[in-house]
Design a protein around this ligand. Structure first.
Ligand SMILES: Nc1ncnc2c1ncn2[C@@H]1O[C@H](COP(=O)(O)OP(=O)(O)OP(=O)(O)O)[C@@H](O)[C@H]1O
Ligand SMILES: [Mg+2]
Length: 260
């Protein structure tokens, strides 16, 4: 039987016979659907264990992408069920990201090129700030690590044991995946965690976002200032999504470029 597990005005995900079928709205751009499918296949080719892409099809003018269904719940759901274990879950989230960042695929779009395009496209940003951001971006080390681009608890699917400990973890929604600097992807997730959970979380000393960043830095031996240096750049790039609820926080992070 077909069951809807996620829905918004642009796409819905249905589960049927062990597959997850993402059906796009009739007016959804065809090349965006094909790009999502190709990009996901390239992540699969990079050797990451993600739900396998099975089919791309069109029915009554609506495009769809079918992949293996992964049984489990999202990390967002798990954190709301067991907030007392949030710190352990965030650690797992960071560890999994560090694991897939070891992979790469030269055919993926380069993160730096994407960021340059996004910053140049921003109409609401002062040209001097754009210039500063692009100059900073130019000085950042160029890597080719697999970056998810939208790595947040809603896009992480987990399986747990009877004690609510994570036994399996995987990520979906690889449409924004690129090859680039791992710390940029961490900075992007940091912003998403700030937007989702704010500045404090019960039982955690500080915010979920800060905990996540320090976990990453500890696991990889990265200096935290190296990650925070990316914040103004990724915040500006994220402004291109034009999400009303994000504007204030993103502007705050973009403007930090002024005094660093
Ligand atoms: N292969 C899968 N197996 C299990 N669940 C899935 C699978 N694909 C998607 N889902 C579920 O459906 C939800 C929505 O899917 P997905 O994240 O791909 O699209 P979306 O969030 O609507 O896209 P976007 O973030 O681009 O708007 C996921 O958060 C996850 O809960
Ligand atoms: Mg998603």
């Amino acid at each position: 039987m077909k069951k809807c597990i996620s829905q918004n005005e642009l796409k819905s995900v249905y589960v049927e016979d062990g597959t997850a079928k993402k059906i796009f709205a009739a007016d959804y751009n065809k090349s965006d659907v094909l790009y999502e499918a190709l990009n996901t296949a390239r992540v699969e080719d990079a050797g990451v264990d993600i739900p396998k892409l099975l089919a791309v099809s069109v029915e009554n003018g609506q495009w769809s992408i079918t992949s293996e269904y992964i049984d489990g719940i999202t990390l967002t759901e798990l954190i709301s069920k067991h907030p007392e274990k949030a710190a352990v879950y965030i650690r797992k989230m960071a560890e999994y990201q560090v694991e897939f960042q070891k992979k790469t695929n030269p055919l993926l779009l380069k993160l730096k090129d994407k960021l340059v395009r996004q910053i140049n496209d921003l109409k609401e940003l002062d040209s001097s700030i754009k210039y500063e951001l692009l100059t900073r971006l130019n000085t950042m080390p160029k890597h080719t690590k697999l970056c998810h681009g939208d790595y947040c608890p809603d896009n992480i699917i987990v399986h747990t044991d009877d004690d609510a400990n994570i036994t399996d973890i995987t990520a979906v929604d690889w449409v924004h995946a690129t090859q680039g600097n791992a710390s940029a992807d961490i900075a992007n997730t940091y912003l998403m965690l700030k937007l989702q959970y704010g500045d404090s979380f019960e039982g955690i000393d500080g915010s979920i976002a800060d905990l996540y960043m320090s976990d990453f830095c500890e696991i990889t031996g990265t200096n935290q200032t190296y990650v925070t240096g990316w914040l103004p750049i990724v915040a500006a790039a994220r402004m291109t999504k034009n999400k009303a609820g994000e504007k204030e926080l993103l502007e705050h992070w973009v403007n930090i470029v002024d005094f660093q």
